[in-house]
Design a binder for this molecule. Structure first.
Ligand code: C2O
Ligand code: CU
Ligand code: CU
Length: 480
């Protein structure tokens, strides 16, 4: 059985720098990627939500859900500038939906909570891609069930591809030097089944697992060529925030944020990824040394730790790398111009909207129904209430407030600029185009609304800690 103390293969209680990476690399097997479903030529793809079993740990197998496989779904690659015909079939015995998180598509193709697919039914939206290349993802989004359905495996990665990675100088061989990494944390019971029993702190803080799972695999090592390696990081965890770094403190070159490439890489040693966010980084392994991607403990604490909830963990290894010099090296130098962009808007004189993320604490929370423990501007999410209507083409300045704890705030159908965080300029990692941002105290966003969303299929804005979202920390708006 995996105990809390043994977070990640029992080695994590050691200081990160003492982690015996080599030993792990020799004993663990190689991480694999989700299968690549390349729809750039065909212009269509098909997903089937299905039931399966997955052996995460030695103790036994777990019942899981996935798309076209037992857990998670394929990496969907769709073409920029084209329309892709999607087909999603649901063979599970409860309604699901498939939200394309990060796609700027109209509300009727967005896959939010109003677009459930009943058992045995098929949904066929057209995805007209007018936005730049980026790494997005897809996941179920049924109100009240999102956390459990994603925990069971209903998620996958989506790549908008424009065929220009070679020009940008980016590694682009799927699963070799271009790694897709879905970061999730889980707990397993003594028979190896996913354990999603929520304690009171779990309900308040969101679910935190004690075992690192990447692409549905536990305890694997990424075997990579000696050269520049690209990591497409997707935080598909229900609530865990990962303050990432490399085990020897070497630099990561950030090349893309949620909605696309930067103009030029940002060099950093620490990168924090919150639920719902995506970041692409390049790491330089030309020296052939085996290092690991490591994470500091989840930094989210109730009222900065005053409630005594959170903050008992140590750092841990997310993924060890093992350099295999027999693999072909496609890139051996960092690009310095990748030709993307950063938002350069000016928030002055733009109409402001306040969005306050609220939660009830302790017993106050427990006394409420599970569906309205959390709220935004005082109102828990209600499927039948449109919280506001925005004329298409409007630009707004959103002031987000999060007092009790940090909340990763996400808006559907848009890509925004982070104007400020805590009254200061945004951190370097938040200077690219974003659709999700971790709010600690407050943040200001500059948002332009260009996609239509009707009363029947409005866009959502919510906290991406899935237990908070299901608990009511969500609202909806129309654009038109
Ligand atoms: Cu990734 Cu509304 O969600
Ligand atoms: Cu979304
Ligand atoms: Cu939250």
């Amino acid at each position: 059985m995996i105990s809390r103390r043994n977070f990640l293969s029992g080695l994590s209680t050691l200081p990160v720098t003492m982690y015996p990476v080599l030993a792990a690399a020799q004993t663990s097997s190689a991480l694999t990627m989700p299968p690549l479903l390349d729809a750039t030529k065909t212009g269509r793809f098909q997903l089937t939500a299905q039931r399966g079993t997955t052996a995460f740990v030695d103790a036994g197998t777990s019942e899981t859900w996935g798309f076209n496989q037992s857990y998670l779904g394929p990496t969907l690659r769709i073409a920029a500038g084209k329309t892709t015909a999607a087909e999603v079939q649901n063979t599970l015995n409860e309604p699901i939906s498939v939200h394309w998180h990060g796609l700027m598509v109209p509300g009727d193709a967005d896959g939010g909570p109003h677009q459930t697919i009943a058992q045995g039914e098929t949904w066929t939206p057209d995805l007209a891609i007018t936005q730049p290349a980026s790494t997005a993802w897809y996941h179920s989004h049924v109100h009240g069930s999102t956390a459990r359905q994603v925990q069971n495996g209903l998620a996958g990665v989506l790549q908008i591809d424009d065929g220009r990675d070679e020009e940008r100088g980016l590694p682009n061989t799927y699963g070799v030097d271009d790694l897709t990494l879905v970061l999730q944390d889980r707990r397993f019971d003594r028979r190896g089944r996913i354990d999603y029993d929520l304690s009171m702190p779990d309900q308040m803080m969101g679910f935190l697992g004690d075992t690192m799972v990447i692409n549905g695999q536990v305890g694997r090592t990424a075997v990579v060529p000696r050269g520049i390696v690209r990591l497409r990081l997707v935080n598909g965890s229900n609530a865990r925030i990962y303050p990432l770094s490399l085990s020897d403190g070497r630099e990561m070159h950030l090349i893309a944020t949620d909605n696309g490439y930067l103009d030029r890489p940002i060099v950093l040693t620490n990168l924090t990824i919150a639920p719902g966010e995506r970041y692409e980084v390049l790491i330089d392994l030309t020296d052939g040394s085996d290092i690991a991607l490591v994470s500091a403990p989840n930094p989210n604490q109730m009222m900065g730790g005053m409630m005594g909830i959170g903050g008992t963990e140590t750092s841990f290894v997310v993924l060890p790398f093992s350099v295999d010099s027999t693999l072909p090296t496609a890139k051996d130098r960092m690009p310095n111009d990748i030709g993307g962009s950063r938002p350069q808007g000016d928030g002055s004189g733009i109409p402001e909207r306040s969005v306050t993320l609220d939660m009830q604490m302790g017993m106050g929370m427990m006394m409420r129904r599970a569906s309205n423990r959390f709220s935004i501007n005082g109102d828990a999410f209600d499927m039948d209430t449109i919280n506001f209507e925005i004329p298409r083409g409007t630009v707004e300045r959103w002031k987000i407030t999060a007092d009790m704890m940090m909340h990763p705030f996400h808006v559907h159908g848009v890509s925004f600029q982070v104007l400020s965080q805590g009254g200061r300029s945004p951190t370097a990692q938040n200077t690219g185009w974003k659709d999700t941002v971790l709010v600690d105290g407050n943040a200001e966003l500059l948002v332009r609304f260009d996609q239509d969303a009707s009363n029947e299929t409005p866009f959502m804005y919510h906290c991406h800690i899935l237990e908070h979202e299901d608990g009511g920390m969500m609202g909806q708006f129309t654009v038109g």
